[in-house]
Write a protein that binds this ligand. Structure first.
Ligand code: DGL
Length: 284
């Protein structure tokens, strides 16, 4: 009798780089870990250039390209997730042409919103840059042309989401002011696209402020599912970690671009709440 033994050492643990200007990408990271717990995650937050929404397109594209190159010099990457809508609408196509490994971007979930809206009014909450970008307009044209789409650009919410991670109290009256254009409407949007990954961290506060009929959508699950599909296509990567007995998980790692006193506080928060093991400064 002949036994065929699958060589478990043939397959490697996938390495995914998730990057954002700040902590917004953690919302994507959390969703990805649920679906892909066996991946080795590297999370880069570009605190030196935060917030991206206030930089030029060329700056953002060069910055994100440099980050990927810098991390790539240290680790063999199987997939990169640009966990930032602003950076994605601006640079995704350029990045995908530049690198050989797959790169996924985060774009406003307008397609999903168009399937869910009941009153035909969709709100897109994003940074000014994302809200005004052609990429966003092309999504609206493609998926929501028969609906009314209201765009609201804000950088204040990005800062509020960063404060929340540090345990600061979030002012609901500030959120009410930001959302005032919609709150004052007779017929407000019933489906709100969170077109900035930071905003997913403020879901609770946004739901409290908006009407109880509002439905919030983001791209987290879509990205996790798409990442799974892309990893499955790569023959060299582990697909079934449970059956790989000798498979050992490397501890997830955070990188940031600048050392500050805030980083020390953030480090302990991320290490205890997000299952990271270490934080390193990588200058870009
Ligand atoms: N998380 C980024 C996004 O999704 C934040 C934007 C910023 O840094 O301005 O757009």
């Amino acid at each position: 009798m002949t036994y065929f033994c699958k060589n478990i050492y043939k397959y490697k643990q996938p390495t995914i780089l998730i990057l954002d200007s700040g902590v917004g990408g953690l919302s994507i990271y959390t969703a990805m870990r649920k679906l892909l717990p066996y991946v080795w995650y590297l999370y880069f937050f570009d605190n030196q250039a935060f917030p991206y929404g206030e930089h030029s397109e060329i700056f953002i594209t060069n910055r994100v390209t440099s980050i990927i190159k810098t991390v790539q010099n240290q680790h063999q990457l199987d997939l990169v997730v640009v966990a930032c809508n602003t950076a994605s609408v601006v640079s995704l196509k350029i990045l995908q042409n530049h690198f050989l490994f797959p790169i996924i971007g985060t774009i406003p979930a307008i397609k999903l919103a168009s399937k869910l809206t009941r009153n035909g009014i969709i709100g897109v909450l994003a940074t000014h840059r994302t809200a005004n970008h052609d990429y966003t307009w092309s999504l609206i044209k493609r998926f929501a042309s028969k609906y009314k789409v209201l765009l609201l650009g804000t950088s204040e919410l990005v800062h509020l989401a960063e404060s929340k991670i540090y345990g600061e109290k979030i002012s609901l009256s500030m959120i009410r002011n930001i959302l005032a254009p919609w709150l004052e409407m007779k017929q407000p949007p019933d489906t709100i696209v969170l077109g900035c990954t930071h905003f997913s961290l403020l879901k609770k506060e946004l739901i409290t402020t908006l009407s109880s009929n509002s439905y919030l959508v983001d791209s987290r699950r879509t990205i996790a599912k798409y990442s799974l599909r892309l990893l499955q296509r790569n023959e060299t990567l582990i697909k079934d970690p449970i059956n790989n007995v000798n498979y050992s998980i490397r501890p997830n790692k955070i990188y940031c671009s600048m050392d500050t006193t805030k980083v020390i506080k953030l480090k302990s928060i991320l290490l205890s709440n997000y299952n990271f093991f270490s934080l390193e400064i990588l200058s870009i």
